[in-house]
Design a protein around this ligand. Structure first.
Ligand code: CA2
Length: 147
């Protein structure tokens, strides 16, 4: 049976491709989701791709992943820099966790230099543009296969 990865996206990422393309590129979140599902199929992984503007809903999805997923790839967007609740939920997930960012937050405003996700993640991918979403799936596939 194929393994499942939750790809969880936080607030405002539904606007991708419509604003600030110099930072976030031209791909929409739907484009990214459909590419990720295809790459997942290629690696015999089910990619469950989601976005929410609500912190509690993201916490609920992480808790759901405890029962349903082997890995979480999370771009918590602005909640990265504020959310102890998302940190705590990720800490209760036993599978593999990747923190993902389109931009490199360390090259940006100082309020983006703190991450509550990093200390609950196994790996961090940042600054590769929207390509980061697609590149991380084969890596997670490899890690899950050797775990
Ligand atoms: O670089 C990333 O992926 C971020 O997680 C994106 C977040 C930001 O708060 C983090 O510091 C870094 C912001 C997502 C907002 O996405 C938009 C997309 C298009 C237009 C406006 C916002």
């Amino acid at each position: 049976m194929s393994k499942t990865i939750y790809m969880i996206n936080g607030p405002n990422l539904n606007l991708l491709g419509t604003r600030e393309p110099e930072i976030y590129g031209y791909e929409t979140l739907n484009d990214i989701a459909s590419n990720c599902r295809k790459i997942g199929d290629h690696h015999d992984l089910t990619v469950d791709f989601r976005q929410s503007n609500h912190e509690g809903e993201i916490v609920d999805w992480i808790q759901e992943a405890i029962e349903h997923a082997e890995a979480i790839i999370i771009n918590a967007a602005a909640y990265t820099h504020t959310s102890v609740a998302i940190h705590d939920a990720l800490r209760s997930f036993d599978g593999y966790v990747v923190e993902l960012h389109i931009s490199n937050p360390h090259l940006r405003e100082s309020f983006r230099h703190t991450s509550y996700v990093s200390t609950a993640a196994n790996a961090i991918v940042a600054g590769l543009g929207t390509m980061g979403y697609e590149l991380v799936i084969p890596l997670v596939s490899e890690i899950l296969a050797t775990a």
